[in-house]
Design a protein around this ligand. Structure first.
Ligand SMILES: [Zn+2]
Length: 285
């Protein structure tokens, strides 16, 4: 059974970026493995939840539920601390911020996991680290390094197309809407965020798996329960179902390497067909 290993930075990143693909692959008979780098404990949450429970434990049980609804058959926690968006998050004694670790050390651990899981495809992040979170940049670096030492597996980067994201951010800023995650960063960041559309290799239609994606997002309930302003997850979960399907019905990947010839054939089945942005009318305007 072919195995696809997804490496993510924080609990809920798998839900936002790749959960539809994970559900699709597990239904098609692939082994889906999730490697989670941090416990996500620096994420914002409601006062009530952080007061009553250990946030890392809450995140872990949410992640277990997300894995269950997505059909994940192997799960590994690297156990680093969430570095926070500024890379300076307070961490418990003895814990290490993920972004402070030498990427080579993380890569060593990933190579061992890729071998153990007999990975055919590995999925990391784009070089911008999406919108630039230091833990996402670290995932990019570590997975890329590990991939050069495990060349038989294909390497993909989970991403979003930059241009439509930038358009949405411009509209939000011009309207002065308070939209979490999008409004707080400057335009400069978004001009370099994620991946130009022309470099995207696969646009996976996950609309048939949108219920699993929604369930995965819902599993991360503490993320949606922040009391210091609306959060991305809760905003998304409040969308009417047809809008949710439209906004989150596709997932995006850039192919970096195709692995050995056996794996190259796998990619077309698992993620294909290849995306061709030139066919899109919106881009010609
Ligand atoms: Zn993240």
């Amino acid at each position: 059974m072919p195995t696809v290993v997804f490496v993510h930075a924080h609990p809920d990143d798998e839900a936002l970026l790749t959960s539809g693909t994970m559900a699709r692959l597990s239904e098609r008979g692939y082994r889906v493995v999730l490697v989670m780098a941090t416990d996500g404990a620096a994420g914002l949450t409601s006062h009530e939840i952080s007061h009553d429970h250990n946030l890392a434990q809450v995140r872990a049980s949410e992640l277990t539920e997300s894995c269950r609804v997505l059909g994940v058959s192997g799960f590994h926690q690297l156990g680093y601390a969430d570095s926070g968006l500024d890379g300076q998050a307070d961490v418990p004694a003895g814990a290490t911020r993920f972004a402070d670790v030498d990427p080579g050390v993380v890569a060593d651990r990933l190579v061992a996991l890729f071998e153990e899981e007999e990975a055919d495809v590995v999925v990391g992040y784009d070089s911008a680290g999406g919108y630039g979170h230091p833990d996402h940049v670290q995932v990019h670096k570590a997975v890329q390094r590990a991939s050069t030492r495990f060349p038989r597996a294909a390497l993909l980067e989970a991403t979003l197309p930059r241009e439509p994201m930038l358009r949405v951010v411009r509209i939000i800023r011009s309207q002065r809407w308070a939209v979490p995650a999008l409004g707080g960063l400057d335009l400069q960041t978004w001009q370099h965020a994620f991946t130009p559309r022309s470099e995207i290799t696969y646009r996976v239609d996950v609309r048939p798996f949108i219920a699993a994606k929604r369930a995965s997002l819902q599993a991360h309930a503490s993320q949606a329960a922040a009391d210091d302003g609306p959060r991305t997850l809760s905003a998304l979960l409040k969308l009417p179902k047809p809008v949710f399907r439209r906004v989150l019905g596709r997932e995006w990947y850039r192919q970096v390497t195709s692995g050995d010839p056996v794996r190259a054939g796998l990619l077309a089945d698992a993620f294909g067909p290849k995306y061709s942005p030139r066919r899109r009318r919106a881009d010609r305007q």
